[in-house]
Ligand binder design. Structure first.
Ligand SMILES: [Ca+2]
Ligand SMILES: [Ca+2]
Ligand SMILES: [Ca+2]
Length: 639
């Protein structure tokens, strides 16, 4: 950060009088009072809470003619300070201290310049109950990833929002909006309850640009139906619904014992964001639309103590793509804005967890500060970071619980296990030996607590299992079973439970059959599913149920019992229960001898099957002999 800015920020903290960012003096044209009168366009956050761990809250006000502005509160319960106005007079920052006993309601602030006054609307919200909201995610959960646009259209009235071009909504274009929305998710909650999942991760619901990108490339025309190009961090995408619908989703999901995870994207915004043409501060982004570096994705430079700073800076500051301006979290105003924004969504909706997009491209101190802020306000809150790396050393470096070589503990609750996911895909399509699963899991040694890892079966950026080369139904079933029986918290991807196909983005984001008007069948019901779909649905549901019924599968220590080219057997053990999970990908039944005396089982102990076989076994001479059927996964409970 430039020294000049540091001085400016310090000045702001000790002096509540107005000041101007940059060198240009405040405008004073009294002859054109009306033309130059200040106006307020947007306030972020528009609301906050009394007794919040963040107090004062810092508002970012977008407007016109804000030069030289002062901000005052007519209610003595709110006090303003530390005003900062940007060079062009289009943005104003102001601290608002909120007294403990302030009641919920409207508390507008008054903005005063030499040319007039304007109102800054601001409200104090009633806090949501902490015992029924902000629940966090644990290994007892099974997460289900939904891309709202592609799951179910529950409200056709929002398919072409006011002012949006009709061409942006076109189910024949895999890169256009298809009409799915929050109401669709609400309508399908009973289906999700039937499947047994306990948490929904929805891809971002921030408001994105409604336009259609045109170009002469194969990926045009395209839209931001996926939600990763925010143009408003404080609004719900108008194709998906509104804040009222979002709150209804959270409440109805909670009523069924299902948690909600928000996909937050602090690393970048969409290139149509108003900030891009007129940033709140000169250093709000890393570079400008016209002049910026592109991320070369030399991600391992973020891990290595030996990396040169040019590589590190490019990986942190380079734009993810030319249309994703990179936020500069090293500017404290940016970091503060983003931390407040994260907390605002949680406070407004009562949701239970956060998935943070592209987290490794943000400074580690920011990950730490964000994690700390979430925990401070909501002690059970949970955040999982996307570190899309097949190298466990890289993912483990970003999880919290240990101070890295840089002196930082990110405090991050969880990361996705892309390494085990990748190994499982290779193993269950017969490209790697079964022992590769165990060989990968030995690197759990890199994690402070392997139970905190999130196991993805797939996601919206990866080829669906059934579209991989050499994929088989048996392989897909073993892959899902592995994801659901491994240590950590499992996460599956919508459609996986019916063995949906789909190659790379956007083919892996096909519409869920039955979720859209005019669909010829409804795979949300057993009657509408094909034989293959029903088989996968029943299998997935059975493994989710097993997990719910057996604490050893949720919390147990994982112990390797056998591994070779075609089989892998492990135990999940807690004090009161031991289950044994066995995978055999061979075309023939496999007879395995397991050393159960090493686990404290005496001769005569019984292994009763829970899924995949009906044959019992007993421990004799310290060993159990299991006959594992071909191309499947089985679970026994040992007593
Ligand atoms: Ca719709
Ligand atoms: Ca929109
Ligand atoms: Ca970045």
């Amino acid at each position: 950060m430039p020294t000049a800015l540091l001085v400016l920020l310090w000045f702001g903290l000790v002096n509540a009088s107005p000041r101007v960012a940059g060198n240009q003096p405040a405008a004073k044209n009294l002859n054109h009072r009306q033309d130059n009168a200040p106006s307020v366009i947007k306030v972020e956050p528009p609301s906050w809470w009394a007794k919040h761990t963040i107090n004062p809250v810092r508002l970012l006000v977008r407007g016109k003619n804000l030069q030289g502005a002062r901000v005052r509160s007519s209610n003595p319960s709110l006090q303003t300070s530390a005003v900062l106005v940007n060079r062009s007079g289009t943005y104003l920052f102001v601290n608002v201290s909120i007294n403990q006993g302030v009641r919920p309601g409207s508390y507008p602030l008054t903005l005063v310049t030499a040319t007039g006054t304007a109102t800054i609307p601001f409200t104090i919200e009633e806090p949501l109950k902490t015992n029924t909201h902000f629940q966090g995610i644990t290994t007892a959960d099974v997460i289900y990833l939904i891309m709202p646009d592609r799951f179910a259209d529950g409200d056709q009235s929002n398919n072409i929002p006011p002012g949006a071009p009709p061409a942006a909504t076109d189910r024949k274009n895999s890169r256009a909006y298809h009409g799915g929305d929050l109401r669709g998710v609400i309508n399908r909650l009973p289906y999700l309850k039937e499947l047994g999942v306990t948490a929904l991760w929805l891809t971002p619901w921030y408001d994105n640009w409604n336009g259609v990108n045109q170009c002469d490339k194969p990926w045009c025309p395209n839209t931001y139906y996926h939600g990763y190009h925010a143009v408003d961090y404080y609004a719900v995408e108008d194709h998906f619904g509104d804040m009222t619908t979002l709150r209804e989703l959270v409440e109805k999901a909670h009523g069924l014992g299902i948690k909600i995870i928000q996909d937050q994207v602090a690393n970048h915004v969409g290139s149509q964001h108003p900030w891009v043409k007129d940033p709140p501060l000169d250093n709000w982004f890393h570079g400008t639309l016209a002049q910026h570096s592109l991320n070369k994705f030399r991600n391992s430079s973020l891990l290595s103590p030996h990396a040169n700073q040019a590589e590190v800076r490019n990986t942190l500051d380079g734009w993810f793509s030319d249309d994703l301006p990179d936020m500069n979290q090293e500017e404290p105003e940016v970091a503060r804005y983003e931390i407040q924004n994260s907390l605002w969504w949680l406070g407004m909706t009562g949701l239970d967890g956060v998935r943070q997009d592209t987290i490794q491209y943000m400074p580690r101190f920011f990950i730490r500060d964000l994690s700390n802020a979430l925990q401070r306000q909501y002690p059970r809150m949970w955040m999982v970071g996307e570190v899309f790396e097949r190298d466990a050393a890289q993912t483990a470096y970003f999880i919290g619980g240990r101070v890295g070589w840089d002196g930082i503990d990110t405090k991050l609750d969880s990361v996705f296990d892309f390494a085990s996911w990748n190994t499982s895909l290779l193993v269950f399509t017969n490209k790697s030996p079964m022992r590769a699963l165990r060989d990968q899991l030995k690197y759990d040694a890199l994690y402070p607590d392997p139970q905190k890892i999130t196991n993805l079966a797939n996601n919206h950026d990866t080829t669906r299992f059934m579209s991989l080369d050499d994929a088989t139904m048996e392989g897909a079933m073993m892959h899902v079973a592995y994801t659901l029986s491994l240590r950590g918290t499992p996460q599956i991807y919508y459609g996986e439970e019916i063995a949906m196909e789909g190659k790379g983005d956007p083919d892996n984001r096909r519409d869920f059959p039955g979720g859209f008007p005019g669909d010829t069948r409804n795979a949300f019901t057993s009657a509408g599913r094909t034989t293959r779909e029903q088989k996968m649905f029943e299998w997935t549901r059975a493994w989710i149920r097993l997990r719910a019924e057996h604490p050893a599968l949720r919390q147990g220590r994982l112990i390797d019992l056998f591994y070779d080219d075609d089989a892998y057997v492990f135990a999940r053990e807690i004090q009161t229960e031991t289950v044994i999970v066995a995978f055999n990908r061979d075309g023939a039944e496999k007879k395995l001898t397991l050393p159960l005396d090493a686990m404290g089982f005496r001769d005569g102990a019984e292994l009763s099957p829970l899924i995949g076989t009906s044959v019992r076994s007993r421990v004799a001479n310290g060993q159990a002999i299991l006959n594992i059927p071909p191309k499947t996964a089985v679970v026994y409970i040992a007593r």
